[in-house]
Design a binder for this molecule. Structure first.
Ligand code: TZD
Ligand code: CA
Length: 528
């Protein structure tokens, strides 16, 4: 007999999802017991960490990730980090174990009451299959829906007595299914777009995370060079879509209405690619667009297109549209932009290290293909001023601003990238939301390097309270956390360093060890 469980393992295998990120409970045991040998189970000690590790893995690998959580309580623990996965369009298939079908209505212990409602505001789709025989097809639906543009997390609740049931005779069809979006652009619309770009006096490109997710960075460079146009990264970026030392690169747009409009003043055509229009943060009202500017928006996400407050949106495949434009826009219509000035590093200090100095040092000593996962919220300006990122997939940041992503996502990204060094740049506040990922890194010998920027405070909130004019606020300082002791407790080698020399030594030792490591650095408080 072929069971429902057999077919679901076959389906996961057929879709390349042989790593299971999870934290088990009684409802999940019948699925997990006797897991096939070609599967790997990665245990996380808290479901928020499980989810964020899987997210880092999915983002870094570009493949869907499978997550197994325990009932409602495990799912609830995962929902904080899940807010990020929605906006990073992470293809996550979350499966939660459910009590025996016939007992859910009685609300027995660990029944997930109204399971499909639980994660609904966040996921693309949530379902508890109507019967055991529909579990394989529902799992297939979950995988395809998570990976079709716009990608995103989905949620499936499966009663544990379903696993041993006989699978439907025709379930084999599911194993060879494929789904694709034919997301090109019509010839007519493409011609309009090329004409608009060719005819613009002063076009500007605003690039978002989807450009990097699609690996369309090279096409974006070609387009920027043909147009001789400046390039900004869209506000609140979760990825880096463009080489940061390219002469077109202008940095990250401020995350306020007024900040965006001021930065774009003088341009007559604003082309936004692969980002929402726009993901503002601080509320500084103003004109949505500079006078006389036309905004055209390319995205694969109908939701992003529909909710934008201005502009003309085109929904389609970013990669295809960008490569189409890069092959057709006329070169040499505007004069080349000036070369960028050299990066100015912060002067060496004897006390706490300035974040500029730390990021400048990393730029010089980290390998060229380093992957940064960053969750230190007050150091954004410092980071972008110092960064020299040129390869796709080099930078990840929590896409909804929900802390608890960074440290575990760095572990997940390192698992996905055996050949690239992943470095987590994590604030002494943020680290605590996902700290147990250190244990997973140690347990599975995942050689990630976690750098803790220890400034003793919730730096970004100090700055925010200034913006809001809200005055002195309780609960903003986090002094006295000993991350070296915590990391040692979880089995990760850790060092506190005092200066640049100490940092270089610790970083090189971590790299040579092939094991996870944590480096704690006392840093100056700066503003985002
Ligand atoms: N809780 C969660 C889950 N997400 C949040 N974004 C916050 C609380 C609020 N918050 C921010 O938005 S930034 C921040 C908090 C607490 C401070 C983070 O401190 P840090 O980084 O030490 O990690 P900086 O560089 O000192 O700001
Ligand atoms: Ca801090």
């Amino acid at each position: 007999m072929v069971s429902v469980r057999d077919v679901v393992y076959d389906l996961l295998r057929a879709n390349g999802m042989t790593t299971i990120f999870g934290n088990p409970g009684s409802n999940e045991l019948p699925f997990l017991a006797g897991m096939p040998d070609d599967f790997e189970y990665v245990l996380g000690l808290h479901e928020g960490v499980v989810l964020a590790m899987a997210d880092g893995y999915a983002l870094a690998s570009g493949k869907p990730a499978f997550i197994n959580l325990h009932a409602a309580s495990g799912s609830g623990n995962a929902m904080g980090p899940l807010t990020n996965s929605v906006y990073s369009h992470s293809p996550l298939v979350i499966m939660a174990g459910q009590q025996v079908r016939s007992t859910i209505g009685q609300e027995v212990m660990l029944a997930n009451v109204d399971a499909a409602m639980l994660t609904k505001p966040l996921v693309k789709w949530a379902c508890e299959p109507a019967c055991a025989q529909d579990v394989p097809r529902s799992m297939s639906q979950a995988i395809h829906l998570a990976t079709l543009a716009a990608k995103g997390p989905v949620y499936l609740s499966v009663p544990y007595d379903d696993w041993s049931q006989e699978a439907p005779a025709d379930a084999g069809h599911l194993l060879t299914r494929t789904t694709n979006v034919a997301g090109g652009i019509s010839a007519e619309r493409a011609a309009d777009l090329v004409a608009a770009l060719d005819g613009a006096r002063s076009p500007v490109l605003i690039l978002g995370p989807e450009v990097d997710a699609e690996g369309a960075n090279t096409e974006a460079v070609t387009l920027a060079e043909l147009l001789n146009a400046p390039v900004w990264v869209a506000p609140s970026p979760s990825r880096c879509p463009f080489p940061t030392r390219h002469r077109s690169f202008r940095g990250v747009l401020p995350a306020s209405v007024q900040g965006v409009t001021e930065s774009l003043r003088g341009h007559d055509l604003i082309l936004v690619v692969g980002a929402p229009v726009f993901r503002y943060h601080q509320y500084v009202p103003g004109e949505l667009l500079p006078d006389g500017a036309r905004l055209i928006h390319l995205t694969s996400d109908p939701g992003e297109a529909a909710r934008a407050p201005m502009g003309e949106s085109i929904v389609g495949s970013i990669g295809e549209v960008l490569s189409h434009l890069a092959g057709r826009v006329s070169p040499g219509r505007r004069k080349p932009l000036d070369q960028l000035p050299d990066i100015v590093s912060a002067p060496k200090s004897s006390g706490r290290m300035h974040p500029d100095a730390l990021f400048g040092l990393l730029r010089d000593i980290a390998p060229e293909d380093v992957v940064y996962v960053k969750e230190s919220t007050s150091t954004t300006t410092s980071f972008w001023a110092q960064a020299d990122l040129s390869l796709p997939g080099s930078y990840f940041f929590p896409a909804s601003g929900g802390l608890g992503f960074g440290l575990p996502a760095a572990v997940g990204a390192q698992l996905a990238h055996p050949r690239r060094q992943v470095v987590g740049l994590i604030g002494d506040g943020s680290a605590n939301y996902g700290i147990t990922a250190l244990w997973t890194a140690a347990r599975y010998e995942i050689p990630v390097i976690i750098v803790i920027l220890k400034n003793g405070t919730y730096g970004a909130l100090r700055w925010f309270s200034k913006i809001l004019g809200s005055g002195e606020t309780p609960g903003l300082d986090v002094p006295g956390i000993d991350f070296v002791a915590i990391a040692s407790g979880y089995g990760v080698t850790a060092t506190a360093v005092q200066d640049e020399h100490g940092f270089v030594e610790a970083f090189n030792a971590a790299r040579a060890s092939g094991k996870p490591a944590l480096i704690e650095v006392e840093t100056e408080v700066v503003e985002p």
